[in-house]
Design a protein around this ligand. Structure first.
Ligand code: BES
Ligand code: MN
Ligand code: ZN
Length: 496
């Protein structure tokens, strides 16, 4: 999928579909918000749209045969809502996403949208790119029937693009590719994405980039004392791995460490999960996918910020070799942990990876993890919880998420929850208070972070996987959660 720019007149651009914007005109009718369509054609378009009941409400998509005078095959009008009210940015991004998704099965589209600012160009370009996605790798007989997303989306501009606008389109393409990669990894079934395969995928994602990759196999994990990753992985015939991606451009001042939970499948282990919806636990490596994809994007863009991506990955299975509730393990920093529930496995593999990340003393460490069901109870399936040992770092990440278009909400790490993680046998237990389970998981992770090390934890259990129908630019299945946030954090750190 490619996003391109052109200064062609919308009527004269050859493509399968021309997308125009409509808004309510305040008098019960609609008006076109696509400048540069010749007046006579505009009138015909408006009449046709009005005849089939287009209202201009935000996100409404209306498809008609392209009227004479327009070279595209079909014309799609997308409602952008009350333009004078300057509808909220996400609603407009979703509207463009809805329009692009409605064009599945066609190859090329042109967008004639009201673009007055670079911010609007970025919003529309990224939304269009993210919407043009489908996952068909595992379809055989149903593949032909499966409709493919648009191949090329050309954004029509009134004047020659400036360097800044070309940079926005390049970033939109790179961001799109990264989000699509992370969705692909999440959607891939766990039989095809074992920890070893995920490690290979991490490597190939950055193979043509100035990124060095180090992979720890089981003997290396033993040598370095990664007891959490080993314990979670010991029940599976597919052994665990740890991957480190290092992007170290010259001239970088800040150092961003990103850490992603990479459980390729979470059965719960001996503390086994119920059967209902267990299939969704293929998405338990979404944090890892985001780390891999964002590292690829940041290195591709060549931004001057050092990025270290950490991907601890294991398959959490019940078996004769699996860890048992009450086992005590020793994680990377020497802390002993009593495993009271083998389904609280994400925090165990993160304990090792965070412990290693801490040794480099980066500017900030951010982890993304599908860590708790409690996150979804607290914030629902579309908003990630953001916790930190440093209010300024938390605010920094929340603002980056907002700029990137991801919904997040700040959450506390109450100190009094720490006592609920006390163990009768070891330094720490791996489960704490069930009430506020997202927070006690965060408090557990915090135990591996020195107080002077800025660290932010994103619980993306809900937003990483869309188990309902597609909406806006978000497909069913893997969503690519945290990728845009990581990219925006890197942009801010590179800017200094
Ligand atoms: N991967 C799950 C969390 C999860 C649940 C993500 C549902 C997405 C959807 C995690 O490993 C887990 O099982 N957490 C337990 C922790 C509990 C045992 C303290 C949970 O949330 O139930
Ligand atoms: Mn679990
Ligand atoms: Zn899990």
């Amino acid at each position: 999928m490619t996003i391109a720019l052109s200064t062609a007149n919308p009527a004269e651009f050859t493509c399968d579909a021309l997308v125009v914007a409509v808004v309510p005109n305040g008098r019960g009718k609609i008006e076109l918000a696509s400048p540069r369509l010749p007046g006579s054609i505009s009138r015909r378009v408006l009449e046709a749209l009005q005849a089939v009941g287009a209202t201009g409400s935000c996100g409404q998509v209306t498809r008609i045969p392209a009227p004479t005078g327009i070279r595209a095959e079909v014309l799609v009008a997308v409602g952008l809502g009350d333009a004078t009210k300057q509808a909220d940015r996400e609603a407009r991004r979703r509207a463009v996403g809805d329009a692009v998704r409605s064009l599945t099965g066609l190859r090329t589209a042109a967008l004639a949208l009201p673009i007055d600012t670079d911010e609007q160009l970025r919003d529309f370009a990224v939304a269009a790119g993210l919407a043009a996605y489908s996952f068909t790798q595992f379809r055989a007989k149903s593949k032909a029937a499966q409709q493919m997303p648009l191949r090329t989306i050309t954004i029509l501009l009134g004047e020659d693009p400036k360097a800044a606008q070309r940079a926005i389109i390049r970033e939109a393409n790179v961001t799109t590719e990264a989000v699509h990669l992370s969705r692909d990894l999440v959607n891939t079934p766990p039989s095809a994405l074992t920890p070893a395969r995920l490690a290979q995928q991490a490597k190939s994602a950055v193979s043509n980039l100035p990124v060095t990759v180090k992979t720890w196999d089981v003997p290396a994990l033993r040598r370095d004392g990664c007891g959490g990753i080993l314990a979670v992985g010991q029940g599976s015939v597919n052994p665990p791995r740890l991957v480190r991606l290092d992007y170290r451009p010259s001239g970088a001042k800040a150092h961003l460490a990103i850490v992603g939970k990479g459980i390729t499948f979470d059965t719960g282990g001996i503390s086994i999960k119920p059967a209902a919806n267990m299939d969704e636990m293929k998405a338990d490596m979404a944090g890892a996918a985001a780390v891999i994809a964002a590292t690829q994007a940041i290195a591709t863009l060549g931004w001057k910020v050092r990025v270290t991506g950490w991907v601890p990955t294991a398959e959490n299975m019940p078996s004769g070799t699996a860890q048992r509730p009450s086992d005590v393990i020793t994680v990377f920093d020497g802390t002993t942990v009593e495993v009271l529930n083998t389904d609280a496995e994400g925090r165990l593999i993160l304990a090792d990876a965070l412990g290693m990340a801490v040794q480099q003393k980066p500017t900030v460490i951010i982890d993304a993890a599908t860590l708790t069901g409690a996150q979804r109870i607290a914030l629902g399936s579309r908003i990630a919880g953001v916790m930190s040992n440093d209010p300024r770092a938390r605010e920094f990440v929340c603002q980056a998420a907002d700029r990137g278009g991801e919904a997040v909400w700040p959450m506390p790490l109450p100190e009094d929850l720490r006592a609920s993680l006390d163990s009768a046998t070891a330094d720490l237990a791996n489960i704490g208070d069930r009430l506020g389970g997202m927070l006690s998981a965060g408090v557990f992770l915090n135990a591996f972070i020195p107080s002077n090390q800025p660290w932010v934890h994103m619980d993306i259990a809900g937003p990483a996987f869309n188990d309902k129908g597609p909406y806006g630019y978000t497909p069913k299945g893997g969503t690519g959660a945290a990728v845009r946030t990581f990219i925006e954090v890197a942009r801010a750190l590179a800017a200094g």
